[in-house]
Design a protein around this ligand. Structure first.
Ligand SMILES: Nc1ncnc2c1ncn2[C@@H]1O[C@H](COP(=O)(O)OP(=O)(O)O)[C@@H](O)[C@H]1O
Ligand SMILES: [Mg+2]
Length: 234
């Protein structure tokens, strides 16, 4: 799905967070949105996902303003697993609630889903509290992928992970979105992850898109604000 974000504004209690953000998310590519903490990345993601609404501006999904958000999935910043549910129930949470499949059928699908993410079957009946941070992220990714979304939103996917687990999750994300031909939108301030998992990037500052380019060109930028950001975050 191609998504065109045109001139988006968003205020909170008079505080201007987004001041005319414009960007284009190409179909089946991995787009990274970079920016300092607090610059409005999560707000923008939630607006694209239609969890909250913009004050002004238009978003078009394959040229239409209407979209079925069932085509979307989100990997939330802190994974947001349900502590009282087992791993398999976390992954199939939505489908279990919608009763659109038999439990045995769902369990089979969860096994497939877990295998593709390197989660062995001994984790099936575990609770999130029994898992490491990296494993929890995989389960959260499993849940985001379970309904086979056209578009996946990833909010700081490597937050809280050590460098080894960050790399593993990044590799998994790249492999999955390419294999399944998903349009991916990642917001992050983790630049190393960004260049590994992204095709193109947008850099936001002061509520607008400061610059965009392919991820290959990120470190070659001559944009002063972006360079300052890159130096600060390395
Ligand atoms: N629901 C809300 N009510 C009031 N202020 C909000 C709300 N959501 C976000 N903000 C503010 O918007 C700004 C951008 O937040 P956010 O998008 O979370 O930043 P980040 O780029 O770190 O993801 C912050 O100043 C935050 O306090
Ligand atoms: Mg955020």
């Amino acid at each position: 799905m191609e998504i065109n974000i045109e001139n988006i504004y968003k205020n909170f209690d008079g505080k201007k967070v987004l001041k005319g953000v414009t960007l284009k998310i190409p179909n089946k590519k991995s787009t990274i949105i970079l920016g300092k903490s607090g610059c409005g990345k999560s707000v923008l993601l939630k607006i694209i996902y239609k969890l909250i609404f913009q004050d002004k501006g238009v978003i078009k999904y394959n040229s239409e303003e209407n979209v079925d958000i069932n085509n979307f999935s989100m990997l939330f910043q802190y994974g947001a697993l349900f502590d009282s549910l087992k791993v398999w129930e976390n992954i199939a949470f939505q489908a279990i609630n919608e009763h659109d499949n038999s439990i045995n059928n769902l369990k089979e699908k969860v096994i497939e889903n877990m295998e593709s993410l390197g989660l062995t079957s001994d984790n099936f009946y575990k609770y999130p509290s029994e898992l490491s941070g990296g494993m929890k992220k995989r389960v959260a990714l499993g849940r985001a992928l379970f309904k086979k979304p056209q578009v996946i939103f990833l909010d700081e996917p490597t937050t809280g992970l050590d460098p080894i687990n960050s790399n593993l999750i990044n590799e998994l994300i790249v492999k999955t979105i390419k294999e399944k031909e998903i349009t991916a939108i990642t917001i992050t301030h983790d630049i190393k992850s960004a260049i590994k998992t992204g095709d193109l990037f947008y850099y936001l500052e002061d509520g607008i898109t400061e610059i965009s380019d392919t991820c290959n060109n990120l470190f070659k930028t001559t944009n002063k604000k972006l360079n300052y950001f890159l130096k600060g975050e390395k």
